[in-house]
Design a protein around this ligand. Sequence first.
Ligand code: ARG
Length: 283
Amino acid sequence: MKKLTMLFLMLVATLMIGLTACGAGEDDALPNVDDTSGDEPAENTDGETDETDQDADSDAEDNILEMATSPDYPPFESLDVNGEFVGFDIELAKLIAEELGMELEIRDMKFDGLIGALQAERVDMVLSGMSATENRRQNVDFSNEYHSSGEMFVTRKDEPMTDLADLEGKTVGVQLGTIQEEGAKAIQEDYEFELKALDDAQMLVQELITNRVDVIYLDKQVAKGFIEVQDLAGFDDPTDASPGMAVAFPKGSALVEDVNAALDSIIDSGKLAELEAEFLSEE
Ligand code: ARG
């Protein structure tokens, strides 16, 4: 009996030494793993898994494509009932991320703050129905243009207008920081009207419906959508010389070239045409 107990204890001791040696060996292969983890194989395995996870995390962080947008501009970008980003720009951004093999992350910002966010390099790119104007090119870089449409003035149905002269004496709503704000100021040199600039395009539509402004000035695709959904009226902007929409980047971003290549292949594969068919009405 005693002999057996001794044997058993010796066996346990041998096993323990073996395990410890084994654990230490694995520790050697894993620098920075807590020493105590060598005592128990299970913990040691955990340590190993943690380390692998950490590597994956930092890789993933490098692989994130951070995009900002102002989701008040259907059919380009808006939020659905669940608060999810939807629209042409959103789907295009997903395709771009896929082409680049990166993970897309979208941030909600006011349109007026987008250029500043790029300048401060808080995000990698902006898709927000943003027209690639010469003014903006002083502060950000643009991809090739991916969409181009004119602009429209939207009015209430019972008080329709047909041309710029009709703006006289009226209140015109525009979104802050847009080419429409700039354009309306230029038109004010010829026609006298009051300008009201808000930071949210969807609020402009509410202002129009509730008689707080008489007319609002928007990109054509967006205007057409609101006209249809809200039963409004409108007329084409005769000044109509604005550049097309493009992806914007911090100045000097290495992404410009990659995104242009991605856009080329999205166009060549017919996927851009599919998005246009899905989201944009014909001109
Ligand atoms: N295309 C116009 C511009 O670039 C208006 C864009 C507004 N975009 C938006 N998501 N609200 O100034």
